[in-house]
Design a protein. Sequence first.
Length: 302
Amino acid sequence: MVSLMRALVSIVAGVLVLVALATWGGALHPAGDSLAVARLPLVALAGLAVIWTGWPRWLRWGVAGAALVVLGQAVVMKLAAPSPGGFAVYQKNLLYRNAQIPELAADMLAQAPDVITLQELTSRNGDILDRLAPVYPHRATCPFYSWSRNAVLSRHPVLPGGTLCLPGQGVAGLHLDTPQGPVWVLSVHLRWPWPHPQASQAEALEEVLAGLEGPVVLSGDFNMMPWGHSVRRLTRAAGVRRAGPLQPTYWLAPHGWPAGQALPIPLPLDQVWAPGGGQVETRPLWGSDHAGVLARVHLDAD
């Protein structure tokens, strides 16, 4: 019986280790990014499970130690307090049916960012553009889904030819003339990961980002953890670093979960990336299922 239990533990531990390793496999298959959403609990479970196996001591404690390193990196991402930069970005997935647009617009005006990036802009919440227009007269909007648009709003003027729109690709952008120099600001909305086509969308956007000249700010709802391959390929192409610390902005709930009772599965889907990183704080939901993100970023790389 003891040997049977030990064999079962070894099998379970082996499966967990393989699945945990697969969360780094997004470059090989998009399913790796889907698993990357659960990387931290998978790594924790794998690290615990191997301790109780009959594997050689060096292997058991080597795997457990590697798991601790990964979890420790996540703790650092959560607790680190980077220095704030001088360029402010307010990021918000509006939610297509948002009924608190007046309150949200008031919060945006009170925070007074340089730019605002929006996703899920629709006919039902589109009056936010009019509410913000006196302070943010420069804008770009671009259709994503058939029912929604991405948008970038700016208090700074747009450089000649500085509007970017890729219909259906989840990006709208402005090339802005700011007191800190020219900068591209892009509002990004990635699709859900595999089996949805996030990987092919990121591949197309990677080519666009690689062709932009000068500093770039990526801000949006990435529908992926910051360590996912789809996100990393975009941030490498743009030459940017994540503004931190790591903050949850969306709480995953299963179908049928009671309204207003969030299941405690926090996901940091809304992110802001800039050449020198920066500091973020979350803002209230204001009628959306995504928290807002206010980031103060560095436009110059360190």
